[in-house]
Design a protein around this ligand. Structure first.
Ligand code: XMP
Length: 326
C-alpha cells in the first residue's frame, strides 16, 4: 500500500545514512521480525549485508532447516550459520531464574554475533573490513515490555533489548523499532517475502529456553521439542494456524505428577498448551480451541512422549498472564 511503501522508503534512506559503505550483519532467528529487518537492510545496502543464523540449541524441530532454505531462497542473501549449542547450554547450566536466563541468552547471542562478525570480516566478500553494525528485528512492543518505553515497567527483558550486554561493540540498526507486528508483516509482504515467512506465528528469540520452567538441559529440550512438534502439527492439520496468534508449548520440568500408562504407575511431567489470540502481543486472550483438537494433542503427546503424563490448558488472558511463561 501507499503508506507501507512510504515506511519502506523512509527506512531505506535512514539505513543508508546510518551505515554508509560499512559491512553489516543481521541476526536471523527464523521469525518474522528478523526476516523483515534483514530484507529491509538488504534493500538498502545490498551486498554489504551478511545474515547470521545462530543455532543455539533452543530451536524447535525443523527450524534451522527452515531458515537455511526458505529465507535464503526468497532473498538470495549471504548466510553464515553459527553452531553455538554448546556455548548457550553451557552458560544456561544450573540457571532457573527467568530474567537470568533471558540475560544470559541475550549476552550469548551477542558473543556469537561477535565471533561470526570476525569470520565475516575475514571473508573475501568484506575484504577484511571489520563489521560495525548489527541489525536486529526489535519491535515497538519489545522495547516497551523491556522497560524502554516512556514510564514503562520492566515486564521481561526481551533478549534483543533488556538482555543486551553493557559492553556491546556493535552499533545497532533497528528499523522496526517503532512498528507493531501487523505493520512489520505488511512491510515484509511489500518487500516480496513469501507468505510462509511473513505469515508465520511469532516465536521468541530465546526459543525453548524460556519454555522449560526450570533448568534447561538437553534431555528436557528433546522432550519439549517432541511435544511442541505434535501440538503444531495438529493445529496445522485442523486448519487453525491463522486463528491463533501463537501457541507456546511449555514443559514444567520441575513438576511431577502421578499417572497410569499401560499397566504401570508413572511419575512424569506436565506439558502446558498456551494458545492465544492477539492483535499485537501487548494484550491477549486464550484461544477457544475445539475440544476434539485439544483431545488429539493431549492423546498424542502422552502416547508419544514418554516423559509426559499430563497435558494442561492455560486459560489466562494477558494481563494478568504474559504469553510466555518466563
Ligand atoms: P509476553 O510473554 O511478554 O510475549 O507476553 C509477548 C510476545 O513477545 C514474544 N517474546 C519475545 N520475542 N525475544 C523475542 O524475540 C524475547 O525475548 C521475547 N520474549 C517474549 C512472545 O513470544 C510474544 O509473541
Amino acid at each position: 500500500s501507499w503508506s507501507t511503501g512510504n515506511i519502506i522508503e523512509e527506512h531505506v534512506q535512514r539505513i543508508r545514512e546510518q551505515v554508509g559503505s560499512a559491512s553489516v550483519i543481521c541476526g536471523l532467528s527464523g521469525g518474522v521480525d528478523s526476516a523483515v529487518a534483514a530484507a529491509l537492510v538488504q534493500r538498502a545496502v545490498g551486498d554489504q549485508l551478511t545474515c547470521v543464523f545462530v543455532d543455539h540449541g533452543l530451536l524447535r524441530e525443523g527450524e534451522a532447516e527452515q531458515v537455511e532454505t526458505d529465507f535464503v531462497a526468497a532473498t538470495g542473501v549471504r548466510l553464515h550459520v553459527a553452531e553455538e549449542k554448546e556455548r548457550f547450554l553451557g552458560a544456561l547450566a544450573g540457571v532457573t531464574d527467568p530474567e537470568q536466563k533471558r540475560k544470559i541468552i541475550g549476552r550469548e547471542f551477542i558473543r556469537s554475533f561477535e565471533a561470526a562478525a570476525e569470520e565475516v570480516a575475514r571473508s573475501a566478500a568484506q575484504e577484511g573490513e571489520p563489521v560495525r553494525f548489527l541489525v536486529q528485528g526489535t519491535l515497538y512492543p519489545d522495547v516497551v515490555e523491556s522497560g524502554g518505553g516512556e514510564g514503562a515497567a520492566n515486564i521481561k527483558s526481551h533478549h534483543n533489548v533488556g538482555g543486551l550486554p553493557e559492553d556491546l561493540q556493535f552499533e545497532l540498526v533497528e528499523p522496526l523499532r517503532t512498528l507493531f507486528k501487523d505493520e512489520v508483516r505488511a512491510v515484509g509482504r511489500e518487500l516480496g517475502l513469501p507468505e510462509e515467512i511473513v505469515g508465520r506465528q511469532p516465536f521468541p528469540g530465546p526459543g525453548l529456553g524460556i519454555r522449560i520452567i526450570g533448568e534447561v538441559t538437553e534431555d528436557r529440550l528433546a522432550v519439549l521439542r517432541r511435544a511442541d512438534a505434535i501440538a503444531r502439527e495438529e493445529l496445522t492439520r485442523a486448519g487453525l494456524d491463522e486463528d491463533v496468534w501463537q501457541m507456546p508449548v511449555v514443559l514444567l520440568a520441575d513438576v511431577r505428577s502421578v499417572g497410569v500408562q499401560g499397566d504401570g504407575r508413572t511419575y512424569g511431567h506436565p506439558i502446558v498448551l498456551r494458545p492465544v489470540s492477539s492483535e499485537d502481543a501487548m494484550t491477549a486472550d486464550w484461544s477457544r480451541l475445539p475440544y476434539d483438537l485439544l483431545a488429539r494433542i493431549s492423546n498424542r503427546i502422552t502416547n508419544e512422549v514418554e516423559e509426559v503424563n499430563r497435558v494442561v490448558l492455560d486459560v489466562t488472558s494477558k494481563p494478568p498472564g504474559t504469553i510466555e511463561w518466563e
